[in-house]
Design a protein around this ligand. Structure first.
Ligand code: 6PG
Length: 236
């Protein structure tokens, strides 16, 4: 595991973008699972503004680690956020964008997406393997859309699961822990003072840390990077 401590969100974005560009440069085709929420916005904006000609974008196939079960034009949609901050600024072949269909029945979509991953990705011990999974972490220690109250979803046999947000009850489709830990590399991007406590508990393996899904991210490849700003790393 590697810790990249950065000054602020912008520096996190710069550090991740440079890391990502180097990974893609070495690949012929690159399967990337995107995270949602707000942290990726600054990353996508930077990629669009400073990396449009530094990355061979047509090599990259875009997937999501999780999606809210809403329409693709809903403000809550991770796909919509990605269009606004990245796809509307960088020409990506439509056939390279594999969104989770949030508007569909969640259970059926989880099955469809799991099958899509099996078809599109190499498999290791039957588990679809991403080249890189981008993750965020909630201040409750969730990652992707595996929340502490449903931590059993981490180990399900299905590659994709239907999860429920603990506060809003919103349904989500998420890849599970086996898919995350089979990835060739995993990058956490965690910023903000509200994450500091969980970052400390997880990275310093404090008592009870295993109850947080983010703590279970331990890719078999060993390629796990945490990109943190000073606020999120304040207790380390
Ligand atoms: C989502 C994300 C989720 C996110 C964390 C952190 O769909 O919301 O995939 O796992 O990464 O909640 O979100 P922020 O980056 O907005 O703090």
């Amino acid at each position: 595991m590697e810790l990249r401590k950065c000054k602020d969100k912008n520096e996190v974005a710069q550090a991740f973008a440079a890391y990502f560009a180097a990974l893609v440069a070495d690949a012929t085709v690159f399967h990337l699972a995107l995270s949602g929420g707000s942290t990726p916005k600054v990353v996508f904006d930077l990629l669009a503004s400073e990396y449009s000609s530094k990355i061979d974008w047509k090599k990259i196939h875009f997937y999501w680690g999780d999606e809210r079960c809403v329409s693709p034009i809903d403000e809550q949609s991770n796909y919509k956020m990605t269009v606004e901050h990245l796809f509307s600024k960088i020409p990506i072949p439509r056939e390279n964008i594999h969104r989770i269909l949030g508007e569909r029945d969640p259970t059926a979509e989880a099955m469809r997406y799991a099958n899509l991953l099996e078809i599109n990705l190499e498999r290791v011990a039957g588990i679809p393997q991403f080249d890189l999974v981008m993750l965020g972490m909630g201040d409750d220690g969730h990652t992707a859309s595996i929340f502490p109250h449903q931590i059993a979803l981490w180990e399900t046999k299905d590659h994709c699961v239907v999860a429920t947000h603990p506060d809003s009850g919103q349904k989500r489709v998420s890849i599970n822990g086996q898919v995350i830990n089979t990835a060739k590399a995993v990058a956490f991007l965690v910023t903000g003072a509200n994450k500091a406590e969980k970052v400390d508990e997880i990275l310093n393996r404090k008592k009870g840390f295993e109850k947080y899904p983010a703590a279970l991210v331990q890719p078999h490849s060993g390629a796990l990077l945490w990109f943190l700003d000073q606020e999120a790393a304040a207790l380390l």
